[in-house]
Design a protein around this ligand. Structure first.
Ligand code: ATP
Length: 409
């Protein structure tokens, strides 16, 4: 039996649609660019991934969770630097009017869309935040933003969480939630979309301990991705070196070898005290931590951040799991999704050999369904039914035959 990996994103897009993982948003209206809907198997997979992250990050005594709102006080985004600085450089092709992120293309080469030479405009800054109006009156004071990252809902709750939970440094706050960015060039399926989910954790530490903390979190996060079954040869580190965001003093990305090439999946950022300092200044609220273990010294904690896109991580997991067995052999070619069992949308399928066994097999299925996401399939040959489950990555299939009757309670 031969086995081939994913070669082209279109193979995955087609499987995802055909088997109810991911559909295009508003498809019956022709779709909405770069927006995707998770179908029945997709949402199971996504929920499993989120739960696994939540468990890994918060089932420890030094990390707690929050769920902050998407809308926040507009000054939050002024303080965080997003209003003035959350820009990507944008260029237009003067010939075909296509838009590109200047830092993602070679502007000295012909336009990748129409082939025109020397056709790009000078780069302009484009702010990636979506804004809308809150309340019935439309004026500048009612302008609010859809959060472009979940992190700020954690920083603004730092004091609430620290005092109510009586937390001592180091401790972390974790959150899973939607974020929105008006990306100039979304694409590559769910890799870059304008609405996506982030799984972020901010770990508050004593200033000066950031190098050790970075090492610790790098190891934890790398191992988490391996625990999801990703193949190590498809993962690598990227050190940002001196090329850092305004808030960071060090940053590393975990990159995955996607079908479109190596690209960022998760960022681990040493954010210093930038955010707390900014919020302290803009809110006028004292956010200092009193260190009882160090002569009641008062200081703003430093922050180590781990930030992974749920959808982007899911794309890596689906890409990694994708295999074609016996490619080119018409009779025997089939897609198998080799998900890690902890992530598989369906854990077990019950397949009665013949219709006559429907009743006892249904009883077994109902028992299993109390504990596991299970499926029951009576339609078609056993071989076909196995293939259906292989395509959605079900780790266990139970063929119910006449011998099974003997071991039924
Ligand atoms: P990029 O350079 O790809 O635009 P970024 O460095 O701006 O990403 P961060 O702000 O560090 O990304 O966001 C943290 C994580 O959130 C990323 O590693 C990625 O997994 C996810 N993410 C960011 N933007 C998007 C998007 N438009 N669609 C899906 N996931 C995203």
């Amino acid at each position: 039996m031969s086995e081939t990996n994913l070669k082209d994103m279109s193979q995955l897009v087609s499987l995802a649609k055909r088997r109810g993982f991911i559909f295009q948003s508003s498809e019956i209206y022709g779709g909405l660019s770069s927006c995707w809907d998770y179908g029945p198997y997709g949402i199971e997979l996504k929920n499993n991934l989120k739960q696994k992250w939540w468990k890994a990050m918060t089932f420890r005594s030094d990390v707690v969770g929050v769920d902050a709102s998407i809308f926040m006080h507009p000054t939050v985004w002024k303080a965080s630097g997003h209003v003035d600085g959350f820009n990507d450089p944008m260029v237009d092709c003067k010939n075909c009017k296509s838009r590109f992120r200047e830092d993602k293309i070679d502007t000295t080469a012909p336009c990748t869309n129409c082939g025109a030479k020397d056709s790009f405009t000078e780069p302009r800054d484009f702010n990636l935040m979506f804004s809308t109006q809150m309340g019935p009156v439309e004026d500048s004071s009612s302008k609010v933003y859809l959060r472009p990252e979940t992190a700020q809902g954690i920083f603004t709750n730092f004091l609430n969480v620290q005092t109510t939970m009586r937390k001592k440094l180091p401790f972390g706050i974790a959150q899973i939630g939607k974020a929105f960015r008006n990306e100039i060039t979304p694409g590559n399926f769910i890799f870059r979309t304008r609405e996506f989910e982030q799984m972020e954790m901010q770990y508050f530490i004593k200033p000066g301990t950031q190098v050790d903390s970075m090492e610790e979190w790098k190891e934890i996060r790398w191992n988490w991705h391996l625990s999801n079954g990703l193949r190590p040869e498809n993962l690598r580190w990227k050190d940002h070196g001196d090329d850092l965001a305004h808030y960071a003093d060090a940053a590393f990305d975990i990159e995955y070898k996607f079908a479109h090439g190596w690209d960022e999946m998760e960022g681990i950022h040493s954010r210093t005290d930038f955010d707390l300092k900014q919020h302290q200044e803009h809110s006028g609220k004292n956010l200092m931590y009193t260190d009882a273990q160090d002569n009641n010294k008062k200081y703003l904690p430093y922050v180590m951040e781990t930030s992974v896109g749920c959808d982007r991580c899911l794309l890596a997991i689906m890409s990694d799991a994708f295999r074609i067995e016996n490619e080119g052999d018409k009779e025997n070619e089939r897609v198998v999704m080799k998900f890690h069992p902890s992530l598989a949308p369906i854990k077990v399928a019950v397949l009665p050999l013949v219709k006559k066994l429907d009743e006892p097999a249904t009883k077994l299925f109902k028992d299993l369904q109390m504990e596991f996401k299970a499926e029951y399939d009576l339609a078609g040959s056993i071989g076909k039914r196995y293939r259906r489950q292989d395509e959605i990555g079900t780790p266990f299939c139970v063929t119910f035959d006449f011998d099974s009757l003997k071991i039924m309670p």
